[in-house]
Ligand binder design. Structure first.
Ligand SMILES: [Fe+2]
Length: 287
């Protein structure tokens, strides 16, 4: 691995922490071990239940405190079905004066040449999440005049198409979506999102990273699979914290597709590399 800078970027992704001490305790060690520039939590870092503390889980306020103290430059949040009414407690506890709360919701995060897209989750109640988000951009504000976003529901095209037009092929680098696309061995049918499948098929991103179904990847022995030109990943989640490291190598500091990207899955201790990332896609499939 080359020294990390804006040409060599390391991303750590985790999903489905569910306020569990075993995962929250482990997270600072994982960051210390891998030193990513960006950490993305791909949904269900909270757990929508009234009985969390009774069941030995952390409070929303404790989760906010611990995540806000992580030693990483950029921390991104993507909503899962468990970010529900409980999200309000998390936001209230977040120290916005010390660290931005960066939420991707049909939006892009750009770091040097890297473009990361964050999808909505179509399950659960996204009202509290949308109400807390800034009218523009990804960073939450305490100013009511700057706050409040329309809920996305199942509507993907209304935000994805303008992003693809503005950012071009680089917007196909990596898509974070809590629910996996449909019909794949990395999730059971109940966990699929058929709308996401249509857009994966149409735009052929290089990589999607999901969570939501913790068990099926382990049941099927499969944490990544191909759909056309796209590799879809779900590492699952067990007692040992599951997570991904994605190492991007770029040829230019301008917004672009990476030259290569290597995805490593823990606890699978396996990796694969996507090389010569191409800007070519089937024009017939793009509206
Ligand atoms: Fe979920």
């Amino acid at each position: 691995m080359a020294p990390r800078n804006q040409m060599n970027i390391r991303l750590l992704t985790l999903a489905d922490l569910h306020q569990a001490p075993i995962h929250y305790n482990r997270l600072p060690q994982i960051i210390q071990e891998h030193r990513p520039q960006i950490v993305a939590l791909v949904g269900d870092f909270l757990n929508a239940s009234e009985d969390n503390e009774k069941n030995g889980l952390l409070s929303e306020a404790e989760c906010a405190k611990r995540l806000s103290e992580l030693d990483v430059n950029h921390l991104l949040f993507v909503r899962g079905n468990h970010e529900d009414a409980n999200w309000a407690k998390f936001v209230r506890a977040w120290p916005l004066d010390k660290r931005p709360l960066t939420c991707l919701y049909g939006t892009a995060f750009i770091y040097g040449p890297l473009v990361i897209l964050g999808f909505q989750c179509t399950m659960g109640w996204e009202g509290e999440w949308a109400r807390s988000l800034p009218k523009q951009g990804n960073n939450l504000s305490r100013n009511p005049a700057e706050t409040g976003r329309k809920r996305l529901g199942v509507h993907v095209q209304r935000w994805l198409k303008p992003i693809m037009r503005t950012l071009g092929p680089a917007a196909r680098t990596i898509w974070l979506m809590h629910q996996p696309p449909a019909g794949l061995p990395i999730a059971a049918p109940i966990g699929f999102n058929p709308w996401f499948t249509n857009f994966v098929d149409r735009y052929q991103p290089l990589l999607t990273i999901s969570g939501h179904d913790h068990n099926t990847p382990h049941t099927n022995g499969t944490w990544h699979t191909k759909v056309g030109n796209t590799t879809c990943v779900n590492v699952g989640q067990e007692l040992k914290t599951g997570y991904c490291i994605v190492d991007f190598e770029f040829q230019s500091s301008n917004i672009s597709l990476p030259k290569s990207m290597t995805v490593t899955a823990f606890q699978w201790k396996q990796s694969f590399t996507i090389k010569k990332c191409s800007a070519q896609i089937d024009k017939n499939k793009v509206p």
